[in-house]
Write a new protein. Structure first.
Length: 1033
């Protein structure tokens, strides 16, 4: 029936109609016919099938003649994880694509040709299921041909089938002929079609077809393998003459078979199978088979060749057979398999393997942002049983028999990691290692509900819903307490088994892994983000609360009594009175708003809505359903500054999602002077460069809060600095769960509420008292701590270290932090320990305080370190929050939105202990000028060894709008009143009561009842370009 395409044919003069989809659009007059009534459509795309339920990976792209754009049906993506419901309802995604009428008049014979790849799942298939090509002269009555060619289920095709059908009986001499491509009866996965042609038939035309004896993958080779291919009579005369078929194996030996002449012959359209003599295929794990057909009377020779590669099911790398050093690169062979070990710096190297000696990099520059070599000094030495590759930071061992790899420290005596057996390859590539007795693992992107992975199997693939165990934003990266991290440079899905026998598998027949030697976890994140890109630095207003709904179809919220713009009559400007004005009236902090959050929501009067929202302290973003083609106008003219990409746009995940984030991010930056700010799901390694990642659509309840704590800190350990979930989910929720969820998320960089899905809308003022006041209190505190959080986000942008940090990131030597014991608490930077309440009770147990002393943020009570705190009283208004000794927390004046007030007064909240510092980062908060050096850093140094001195160093750097002078409000936490307080050597006046202190422009006041005692110090306006020193004795 079909043949695999191996050679590009010459132009065929017999072709009279063709379509190769090179415009990227559905051809004019073609139509989609959805038999399922579920709004399913074929599409024209230049992307491979993105993956879906039970097949969480991208399909091989269709390597057609014209390449690029093609016709694609994504049954598996449409059905996805709803397949059980489809089966229960007896639904099927039956849909066809129909061409416009084609003129075949004057054509006495008609051959239909096209190239195709497909993968199908025959589970619960309907009777008569198949992939059909139909031919009709009226678009009503169809002659259908099943074009599946007996291909097995659940198998990818790397070489497209070049399908030929003789449709002369229906189409010859007809003025109107319609074609259709009909997916019928299967729930998944895909069908890709390209280069469709109609041609008149040749008289004599034999074509070599497809390989039938072996699959492209997962073969078991023997010494007596029999190769078999199909040969088809593609002409209109019976073939009775003899012909010959050859096969050259791996470019070397050639075998052949003679097909004798026959009186009966091969009738037109008939396909036969040609078998070769038995041959030994055990000498190699993969073979390149080049078939060719020789028929003397053949009028068309372009279809007489077939090139196919076949692979063994699983093959292990053998012994080292060659080794060559070239500066920072080492070329290694083990038989046919080839390896490169490339050092990009002294602590970053790459192991790259190809089974057949031909190196490939399908991800190219999509994930990796830089392959730059930073002058590592690497030497190699033959140590007998292994080659030693030594840099200034670490040693890589290359064992010889069999070929294995290991990473050692500089002494070459301590193993960081070591392969327990050689790499295996085939349909999957697997690396096996020895696990250390006390080794723990983190990373793998956003794995809902998890952060510490020892003894678990972690899937590096999207899916499994949005709740606990869901994989909203996976990443092919992990890091280990042994002192290294590993990033697999691939979009193919994987599975990482962190059990006693470590195994790291990806569904590809190659191995490409970057390794980062720390040994600290922070150094590993720095290396990982050097290669895959730093976390983006959001505009400063993005740290404030976001609000989303669809106002074109009204709001379910509590509208003002006389306001009529609701329900089905709603329009985008309704957001102003329904939401924005209520934030103002209720005195609530706010940052941005998304007025069109929902499928088909759209928007009206965008420019005036954006302008009015900005007057009320909101920036405006837009929800993007399936593309960013309008972004130039939305950003450049109307002033939108945020894009949220939903499942219809990024849901396929992997490369598709990463490309979508990049397009939206660059759409903002290319049409304004603003920074890109994106929200998305289905992220991958590299998404941190562009987007906030959120965990999906969930129901607000106590369980939601519980599993999100490890989710967010786990994301941070993959450099996903801006990671979150909707406050109190989008469904369900309650007044109490809303408060508790909002409290702790105020100590993460970004947060958002989404209305329209629950009975009560999700604005923080909607639950009445005391809930509204508690919500306001925490949002106000988040606003005040903006300079602290913004500095942490800039640190993430520079180093990859997130603002929300697992305890192990700050206390890597403390074994208590390694496993799950501390998964329900985290550090906000180095100074604040947050222990969210995730149960319906007014207390919190199992709070671990590491070494050092800690102060209760609310009461000032001091706790010793290396301690578990149980029965911590925490009424609804109280989030367990502890401050580490030595903390310096900068705070802006209280404001409800970024820029509402000047920042020319700065509070420094200080907890004295020995020596510490905080390097405050500031820029204009809006533009990209910081990338050109337009920023300032102010080092604040604390010395409490003798008295307490606070040195505010002169600002380093400059930017437009920088405060040239400031009033400093310095709050020193101590239990005793100071004997004296000086500013730059001059004693300040002390005041005995708060009222007098508040009236004074300069001075200090000790309040013994403020927590456990605070010295409040107020300076005059001081230059930020000079050092300033506050001293207490």
């Amino acid at each position: 029936m079909g043949k695999s395409f191996g050679q590009k044919p010459a132009t065929d003069p017999k072709i009279f109609w063709s379509e190769n989809f090179k415009t990227g659009k559905l051809p004019e007059g073609w139509k989609n016919v959805d038999q399922s009534t579920q709004n399913i459509e074929w599409l024209v795309t230049n992307q491979p099938y993105p993956g879906s339920y039970q097949y969480q990976q991208q399909a091989p792209p269709i390597a057609s003649k014209s390449r690029g754009y093609h016709l694609q049906f994504q049954a598996g993506y449409f059905v996805d994880e709803d397949q059980p419901r489809w089966i229960k309802k007896n639904w099927h995604p039956d849909t066809w694509m129909q061409t416009k009428s084609i003129d075949c008049s004057g054509k006495s014979s008609v051959i239909l040709r096209f190239q195709q790849t497909f993968r199908y799942n025959n589970e619960a298939a309907a009777p008569g299921a198949g992939l059909f090509v139909g031919v009709s002269t009226d678009g009503i009555k169809w002659t259908d041909y099943n074009v599946m060619n007996n291909a097995p289920a659940a198998k990818d095709m790397f070489t497209p089938i070049n399908q030929e059908l003789n449709i002369t009986k229906t189409a010859a001499n007809q003025a109107k002929v319609y074609l259709r491509f009909y997916w019928k009866g299967y729930y998944s996965w895909y069908w890709m079609i390209d280069d469709i042609e109609l041609a008149e038939a040749y008289q004599k035309d034999l074509s070599i077809g497809r390989l039938t004896s072996h699959n492209e993958e997962e073969n078991t080779f023997t010494k007596t393998d029999v190769l078999a291919v199909t040969v088809k009579n593609s002409g209109i005369e019976t073939i009775r003459s003899a012909f010959k078929v050859f096969c050259k194996l791996d470019g070397k030996r050639e075998i052949s078979v003679d097909v004798p002449a026959s009186k009966k012959g091969i009738a037109p359209g008939t396909e036969i199978t040609v078998k070769f003599p038995a041959t030994d295929l055990t000498d190699r794990p993969m073979h390149t088979l080049n078939f060719r057909l020789k028929y003397e009377a053949d009028e068309k020779e372009s279809n007489n060749n077939l090139l196919v590669k076949i692979n063994a099911k699983e093959t292990k790398v053998g012994n080292l057979t060659a080794f060559k050093a070239d500066k920072n690169e080492f070329n290694i062979k083990a038989g046919l398999s080839a390896f490169k070990v490339i050092f990009y710096s002294d602590d970053i190297f790459r192991i790259w393997m190809t089974p057949d000696g031909e190196f490939t990099n399908p991800a190219a520059n999509d994930i990796v942002v830089s392959y730059a070599v930073k002058n590592p000094a690497v030497t190699s030495l033959d140590k007998g049983t292994y080659y030693q590759l030594k840099s200034a930071s670490c040693i890589v061992r290359v064992y010889k028999s069999p070929l294995r790899f290991a990473l050692y420290d500089l002494t070459d005596s301590k193993a960081i990691w070591e392969e327990s057996e050689p790499l295996s390859f085939g349909a999957h590539t697997k690396q096996s290692m020895k696990r250390h007795a006390d080794e723990y693992f983190y990373g793998c992107g956003m794995q809902n509900g998890y952060f510490s992975h020892r003894d678990k199997d972690i899937l590096i693939e999207k899916g499994n819903g949005w709740d606990d165990g869901g994989r909203a934003n996976p990443a092919p990266f992990y890091l280990s307490t042994a002192g290294y991290g590993a990033f697999r440079n691939t979009f193919d899905v994987g599975k990482y088994s962190f059990k006693e026998n470590l195994q790291f598998t990806h569904n590809e027949n190659r191995f490409d892994c970057f390794y980062f030697y720390g040994p600290s976890l922070k150094q590993i994140l720095n290396g990982y983000t050097q290669i895959t890109g730093r976390p983006f630095l959001m505009p400063r207003w993005a740290l404030s609360l976001g609000d989303a709904n669809c106002y074109n179809r009204g709001s379910k919220g509590n509208e003002s009594k006389n306001y009529k713009g609701t329900g089905s009559t709603g329009t985008t400007p309704d957001v102003i009175k329904l939401v924005a004005d209520k934030y103002v009236a209720n005195n609530f902090p706010r940052g941005w708003i998304l007025p069109n959050d929902g499928y088909g929501c759209g928007y009206t009067k965008l420019d005036s809505t954006i302008s009015e929202l900005h007057k009320r302290g909101f920036y405006t973003g837009l929800w993007t359903e399936n593309g960013v083609d309008k972004i130039a106008k939305e950003v450049g003219q109307a002033g939108s500054r945020l894009a949220k990409l939903d499942v219809a746009w990024v849901g396929p995940g992997y490369k598709y999602a990463l490309d979508g984030c990049k397009a939206a991010y660059e759409g903002i930056e290319n049409n304004s002077d603003a920074r890109g700010f994106i929200w998305s799901v289905m992220g991958w390694a590299g998404t941190q460069r562009y987007s906030t990642v959120w965990s999906g659509d969930q129901k607000g309840n106590w369980e939601y809060i519980r599993f999100h704590i490890p989710t967010i800190i786990g994301s941070g350990l993959s450099a996903q600095n801006a990671a979150t979930g909707d406050v109190d989910g989008i469904f369900g929720g309650s007044d109490s769960t809303y408060v508790r969820d909002l409290q702790w998320k105020c100590f993460t960089p970004v947060l958002m509420v989404m209305s329209g899905w629950s009975k009560k809308d999700k604005q923080p003022y909607n639950f009445g008292e005391p809930f509204a006041s508690i919500n306001r209190k925490y949002l106000q505190l988040k606003m005040r701590m903006t300079p602290y959080m913004y500095t942490l986000c800039e640190e993430a942008y520079e180093t990859g270290v997130p603002a929300s940090r697992a305890m192990v990131l700050e206390y890597p030597q403390d074994k208590v932090t390694w496993d799950k014991k501390t998964q329900y608490q985290f550090m906000n930077g180095t100074s604040l320990l947050v222990a969210p309440i995730y149960k319906s009770e007014g207390k919190r147990d199992s709070i671990y305080l590491p070494k050092g002393n800690w102060s209760d943020y609310w009461s000032g009570k001091t706790y010793p370190g290396n301690t578990w705190v149980n029965n911590y009283e925490a009424g609804l208004e109280k989030l367990p929050l502890f401050v580490k000794e030595g903390a310096i927390i900068p705070m802006y004046p209280l404001m409800n939105y970024d820029g509402e007030k000047k920042t020319d007064s700065l509070t420094l909240d200080i907890y004295p202990f020995q020596k510490s510092s905080f390097d405050l980062y500031e820029d204009d908060g809006l533009t990209r000028e910081h990338r050109n050096g337009a920023f300032a850093k102010t080092l604040i140094e604390l010395d409490a060894t003798t008295g307490v001195s606070v040195k505010i160093n002169a600002a380093r750097g400059d930017f437009k709008g920088r405060n040239l002078s400031r009033v400093y409000l310095v709050d020193i936490h101590q239990t005793q009143s100071p004997k004296k307080v000086s500013l730059n050597g001059k004693n300040l006046n002390g005041y005995s009561n708060k009222e007098s202190f508040d009236k004074a422009s300069v001075g200090y006041y000790f309040d013994p009842n403020d927590k456990t005692g605070i010295v409040h110090i107020k300076t005059q306006r001081l230059s930020t370009s000079a050092n300033q020193l506050v001293y207490l004795k």
